[in-house]
Design a binder for this molecule. Structure first.
Ligand code: FAD
Length: 330
C-alpha cells in the first residue's frame, strides 16, 4: 500500500477509501477520483502535470476515446491553487476562488474517470518514434507527450536568507499553514504579490508589500490593496537583507536612500516565475516544435501570458492535434 491521497474536502465529510491497487477519494457530489502508481506500458498519450493545461488535455482526450496517462508530482490543480479570486475565466461572472475552481476541475476528471498518477516525472526522452517517460516507479512509452509542467518561482538572493528558518519564508501562498498567525512581508510588485497580499488580508493577517520602482500589478488589485486597512505598500524599496530574531524576521531595506526595517513573522516571496522544463533534455527542450508528438502547453511556454484560459486552450489544442493525428494513422 502507498500513501493516501489527501481528502479533498475534509470539512464537508469527504472520505478516503482504500481500493487495493489504487486509492480513491469520495468527492462532494459522490464522485470518485482515483490515484495510483505507474507501471511501464505503451500509451496513446502521456501528460506530465495536472494543472489546468494538463487537465483540459486529459478531458479532451478521454472524451474522444483516448486513455491518457497523467502524472502529477504534487497536487492536482497546479498553480491555480494559489489564486485568491479568479475573475477573468469565463463562466464565473462573480469570480471564483482558485481552490474552488480546482475542485470543479477535479470533478471533471472524475466525470471522465481519468486516472491521475501521483508521481514525479524525471525525464522525457525520445527513442526512435516513441517517447519514454521515466518516473520513480518505472517507464511509460507513448507516441505523444504533453508537457504541462508550468513554472517554478524565481529564487531571490538576499543577504541572510539562507540562514533564517525556512519554515517562515514561502514562495507560494498554498504552502502557508492555516495555523500561521502574525504579520507577513510580501516581496514583489506584480499581480501574484498583490493577489497574495489580498488573500492574506482576507484571513485577518497584516501585510507589508515591498517592491522596487512602481507596482506592476493590475490597477484593480492595487486599488483593492490600498483600500484594505491590513495592507501597506512600500514602492521604490529595495530589500537588502534579512535576519532571524526571537522567532521573527527582521528585514532591512532601502527607500529613496534611507535605510528602514520591517519586522515580520513570515516572508512571502513573489518575484516572478520561470518555465519548468527540467523534464526535457536540452535537445528536446530546444527543438520541441520540430519534434513530432511533443507538445508544451500552458504556463511552461507562455512567458508573461500565464492565465488559466490560455493554459486550458493550449491543452485542448494539443489534445485535438493528437486525436487528429491518430485518425490520420488509421
Ligand atoms: C497568485 C496567483 C493568482 C492567479 N490568478 C489568476 C487569475 O485570476 N486568472 C487566471 O487566468 N490565472 C491566474 N493565475 C495563473 C494560473 O494559475 C496559471 O496560469 C495556471 O495555473 C497555469 O496552468 P498550467 O497547467 O499551465 O501550469 P500549472 O498550474 O503550474 O500546473 C503545472 C503542474 O505540473 C506539475 N508538475 C511539474 N513538473 C512535474 C513533473 N516533473 N512531474 C509531474 N508533475 C509535474 C506541477 O506540480 C503542477 O501541478 C494566478 C496565478 C497565481 C500564482
Amino acid at each position: 500500500m502507498f500513501c493516501l491521497f489527501q481528502p479533498l474536502n475534509p470539512g464537508k465529510g469527504a472520505k478516503v477509501e482504500n481500493m487495493g491497487e489504487s486509492e480513491s477519494v469520495l468527492l462532494p457530489q459522490s464522485a470518485t477520483l482515483t490515484v495510483s502508481k505507474a507501471k511501464g506500458k505503451m500509451y496513446a498519450a502521456v501528460i506530465v502535470g495536472a494543472g489546468p493545461a494538463g487537465i483540459a488535455a486529459a478531458v479532451y482526450l478521454r472524451r474522444a476515446g483516448v486513455d491518457p496517462r497523467v502524472f502529477e508530482r504534487d497536487e492536482i490543480g497546479g498553480l491555480l491553487r494559489n489564486a485568491h479570486l479568479v475573475e477573468n475565466y469565463p463562466g464565473f461572472p462573480e469570480g471564483i476562488g482558485g481552490p474552488e475552481l480546482v475542485e470543479l476541475f477535479k470533478r471533471h476528471l472524475v466525470r471522465w474517470r481519468i486516472d491521475i498518477r501521483m508521481e514525479e516525472v524525471h525525464t522525457v526522452s525520445k527513442e526512435g518514434e516513441v517517447y519514454k517517460v521515466s518516473s520513480e516507479s518505472g517507464e511509460a512509452f507513448a507516441k505523444s507527450v504533453i508537457v504541462a509542467t508550468g513554472t517554478r518561482p524565481k529564487r531571490i538572493d538576499i543577504q541572510g536568507l539562507e540562514d533564517v528558518e525556512m519554515s517562515r519564508v514561502f514562495y507560494e501562498v498554498r504552502d502557508i499553514p492555516p495555523t500561521a498567525k502574525g504579520n507577513f512581508l510580501v516581496i514583489g510588485g506584480g499581480d501574484a504579490a498583490f493577489d497574495y497580499a489580498l488573500n492574506l488580508a482576507s484571513r485577518d493577517i497584516y501585510v507589508d508589500i515591498v517592491f522596487r520602482g512602481e507596482p506592476r500589478c493590475l490597477a484593480l488589485l492595487l486599488e483593492r490593496a490600498s483600500r484594505s486597512e491590513k495592507i501597506r505598500t512600500h514602492a521604490g524599496t529595495e530589500l537588502k537583507s534579512v535576519r532571524g530574531e526571537e522567532r521573527q524576521l527582521v528585514f532591512m531595506m532601502e527607500q529613496e536612500g534611507t535605510e528602514k526595517e520591517i519586522v515580520a513573522d513570515y516572508g512571502l516571496i513573489a518575484c516572478g516565475r520561470e518555465p519548468d522544463i527540467s523534464v526535457l533534455p536540452p535537445e528536446l527542450a530546444e527543438n520541441w516544435k520540430e519534434a513530432s508528438g511533443l507538445y508544451l502547453v500552458g504556463d511552461v511556454r507562455r512567458g508573461n501570458y500565464r492565465q488559466v484560459g490560455i493554459s486550458v486552450g493550449d491543452g485542448i489544442l494539443a489534445a485535438m492535434s493528437i486525436i487528429e493525428s491518430m485518425g490520420n494513422e488509421k
